[in-house]
Design a protein around this ligand. Structure first.
Ligand SMILES: [Mn+2]
Length: 431
């Protein structure tokens, strides 16, 4: 008989996904917690639920979290499912308060106060050793694995390690873990928290970030859901992801070259968007909202008009995909379109304003610089410098100095503006 472990982390109960067009109940993560509890009990019939920290968003969510969390613990208890948890940087203080060991003997918060701890799960003669470490405070700058000190591990029993932290980010304040240290203890699989996207290494030992089961922002694209580990033997562990997130974020680039008027541009954008959504339909299990960031590419002679034509899509567009009840919407539209110029290189040789802009665009695209660009950055620096040193912003100031020259956003902004102005200059000439 195999043992089944359903694992997730970073639920952030108390939060909602951003940019969901309707203020829908589903966008709240506490509902995803309920789904996971039901999944463990009914569909997957798990033996253990593993939670890898940041289950609750923060201490001020205590009253919001206590109901759903304890309801879940109770239901899991009645179904004879054990829970192994470690705390993360968001819930190091609130999680111990929410877990009453006398009330829930099935719930095991491991490694409180930053001390490694082991507990053995057993069912029908089969065993799993869980080792875990919890955040003792908001920030931890040392690798918790460098302090691993559990000696009594039985190497004949499947051993699973639980920890919340940042892998291979040496200067992280959130438990920087050196991935080389995963193989030091006799652990067969590490299940981690902190990173919201699914990441894994399937060689020995297995290392998995299940990611957040509920996509919270546009940075968290793709499929989100807990991971089911089916343990046949310590060498034979089957792994699969179960999609549960009601929100899915995606990116899409659309080329609008040749779409000269508003009607053609609108049609290109909406049809490409709908086609892309439709192509994902088999992959949208449990999704209610599919939310896109769109990037318009190619060339156009009326970049300013283009903005006016497409910008309302963000506020106004909302469409059902076929008859699935999945809502399709747009969070953001980025216009990365070049002016329609016959020969940008040739134009760049002239000394007219259009020539200066053309040279600037070419330089930015190649990652080079020009005198004009250097001047622009100098102005940018002095304006931002005086803003950032203003006493109003004193509390926000960090020790690191702003580096405007290397700021990719400033380059992106200048490139976009050069393209827009050049398109207008050229447009004027031909009128
Ligand atoms: Mn975290």
């Amino acid at each position: 008989m195999a043992l089944k472990i359903l694992a997730t982390g970073d639920i952030h109960i108390g939060k909602k996904s951003s940019s969901v067009p309707l203020n829908d109940e589903e966008s709240a993560t506490k509902n995803t917690w309920e789904k996971i509890v039901n999944l463990a009990i009914k569909k997957e019939k798990a033996d253990v639920l593993v939670l890898t920290g940041d289950i609750v968003d923060q201490d001020n969510r205590f009253f919001e979290a206590i109901g759903p969390l304890q309801d879940g613990f109770e239901k899991l208890k009645q179904s004879d499912i054990s829970i192994y948890i470690v705390a993360g940087n968001h819930d190091y203080d609130v999680l111990p308060q929410l877990i009453d060991p006398e009330r829930y003997d099935n719930v095991h918060l491991l490694g409180v106060n930053g001390k490694w701890e082991m507990k053995t799960f057993s069912k029908n003669g089969e065993k799993i050793q869980f080792v875990g470490w919890s955040f003792p405070s908001k920030h931890v700058s040392e690798d918790p694995l460098s302090k691993f000190d559990i000696a009594e591990i039985d190497s004949n029993i499947t051993t699973i390690g639980l920890v919340h932290g940042d892998v291979d980010v040496p200067d992280s304040k959130y438990a920087p873990i050196n991935s080389k240290n995963f193989s030091t203890p006799p652990v067969h699989a590490w299940i981690l928290g902190h990173i919201h996207k699914l990441q894994m290494k399937e060689s020995e030992p297995i290392v998995y970030y299940p990611g957040s089961p509920h996509a919270l922002s546009a940075k968290e694209q793709g499929i989100h859901g807990p991971i089911l580990f089916t343990i046949h033997t310590k060498e034979d562990i089957q792994i699969k992801q179960i999609p549960v997130s009601p929100i899915r974020y995606e990116n899409l680039s659309i080329n609008i070259s040749d779409k000269s008027d508003e009607a053609r541009v609108r049609d290109a954008v909406t049809s490409k968007l709908y086609d892309d959504a439709q192509s994902k339909i088999m992959d949208l299990e449990n999704v209610s909202f599919l939310i896109y960031d769109i990037k318009l590419e190619g060339w156009h002679s009326k970049i300013r008009d283009l903005e006016t034509w497409v910008n309302p899509i963000v506020d106004d567009y909302d469409q059902e995909i076929d008859t699935t009840e999945i809502r399709l919407s747009v969070r953001k539209i980025l216009i990365d379109v070049q002016p329609k110029v016959e020969n940008l290189e040739k134009l760049a040789q002239g000394s007219s304003p259009a020539g200066v802009l053309a040279r600037t665009i070419i330089a930015l695209q190649k990652g080079e610089t020009t005198d004009f660009l250097d001047n622009l950055f100098e102005v940018w620096k002095s304006i931002h410098g005086s803003i950032s040193t203003a006493s109003t912003y004193q509390p926000l100031r960090t020790t690191e100095r702003f580096q405007f020259e290397q700021n990719p956003e400033s380059k992106e902004y200048i490139l976009k503006e050069c393209n827009r102005i050049l398109a207008e200059l050229i447009g004027q000439k031909t009128q």
